[in-house]
Ligand binder design. Structure first.
Ligand SMILES: [Ca+2]
Length: 358
């Protein structure tokens, strides 16, 4: 009997010392933080440019002494001792198109605060018109040119190309496709967009974070300017350089210092238009190749709204051959003519835009 009693006591001790503490051990998960005031809508919010919406705010505790509505890090509205739920009018287009943060900061009597934070996506109020690119004339294009920038200046065609070891910037004879003057980049650089402003030709690099500045007549390299991030397409409005980086964002830069002056986020009525690549500026509009598509977005430079979308599928069938994607759009202001090509295409086209017949 004593033996069984001993075993029973040992088992009881094991249960008391090991199993019970294990079962009763407090969970390490902190108590759920209570948010004193919350937005009435679920998850995040999508709204349109210039659309005024009604926000409902739920007050979840009685001792809230201050409530602040914060949009894009600025306090838009403040309530003291809010009583009951609140409804307020709000226009998210204040900072233009794009994705921003909307927050409710509530302060309790004892000074503790809590935050309800959401994302707001402001879409364009414009449904883009659909245009079709049709071919007017066909010219030879060097199929070894991995086109990254295409621009006319004083009736001369300039082209910048990519790929490490093959990147160049060149003056090109439109009729023959011959590169009449060219400069090759060091093999460490992958050339991207080009544009000409004043007497300078600017050429971006993809990941090397350097913009090369040349004399536009001699193509002699004068200097390079560092920048942060990727470089894709480049154009200018006569004052600022306008640069794409593969997202929906276009950055306006000072041509001397390369400092950022402003940015716009490019949106249609459906959402952001990303992968913006080669650019062209004409008649107060920005034209942007959309990488990996047959499309060009026509953008209002003031606010990033996509006004039209050009379908260039006709060009793919006629000129791509074994080449890569459509990329390269240039306007000749002297002749009022438009040109497009693609990476390693054997043809470059004079084009016009037409609206499709229904
Ligand atoms: Ca261009």
């Amino acid at each position: 009997m004593k033996k069984y009693l001993l075993i029973t006591v040992i088992l009881a001790l094991i249960v008391a010392m090991v199993i019970v503490p294990l079962l009763s051990k407090k969970q390490d998960v902190p108590a759920e933080e209570k948010i004193s005031a919350t937005f009435g809508f679920k998850d995040n919010l999508a709204t349109k440019w210039d659309e005024t919406i009604e926000l409902t705010i739920n007050i979840n505790q009685e001792d809230v002494v201050k409530l602040e509505l914060i949009y894009n890090d600025s306090v838009f509205q403040t309530w003291k001792n809010p009583n009951g739920n609140i409804t307020t009018k709000f226009n998210a287009g204040f900072y233009g198109l794009g994705t921003r943060t909307l927050q409710l900061l509530s302060t309790l009597k004892d000074g503790t605060t809590s935050l309800d934070s959401r994302m707001v996506r402001v879409l364009s109020d414009v449904v883009p018109e659909l245009w079709i690119a049709t071919i007017l004339n066909s010219y030879p294009h060097n199929p070894t040119s991995f086109t990254q920038g295409l621009e006319f200046n004083d009736n001369i065609l300039f082209e910048g190309t990519g790929q490490k070891g093959q990147s160049i910037v060149a003056q090109v004879n439109l009729n023959t496709g011959e590169q009449t003057k060219k400069i090759g980049l060091d093999g460490n650089y992958f050339g991207e967009g080009i544009t000409i402003l004043g007497s300078k030709l600017y050429q971006l690099t993809w990941e090397e974070q350097k913009c090369f500045v040349y004399d536009k007549k001699t193509l002699q390299l004068e200097k390079d300017i560092p920048y942060i991030g990727e470089g894709w397409g480049l154009c200018n409005d006569g004052v600022s350089l306008i640069m794409s980086n593969g997202t929906e964002r276009l950055t306006f830069r000072n041509p001397v210092t390369f400092e950022i002056e402003r940015t716009i986020d490019v949106y249609s009525h459906l959402g952001p238009v990303a992968n913006l690549n080669e650019l062209e500026y004409a008649d107060d509009l920005i034209y942007a190749n959309i990488w990996m598509t047959n499309k060009v977005a026509v953008i209002d430079p003031r606010n990033g709204k996509v006004l039209s979308e050009i379908d260039a599928t006709n060009l793919i069938q006629a000129g791509r051959g074994s080449g890569d994607v459509l990329n390269g759009i240039a306007y000749n202001a002297k002749t009022n003519k438009w040109y497009m090509t693609g990476k390693n295409w054997s043809k470059l086209f004079e084009v016009k835009w037409t609206k499709p017949t229904v």
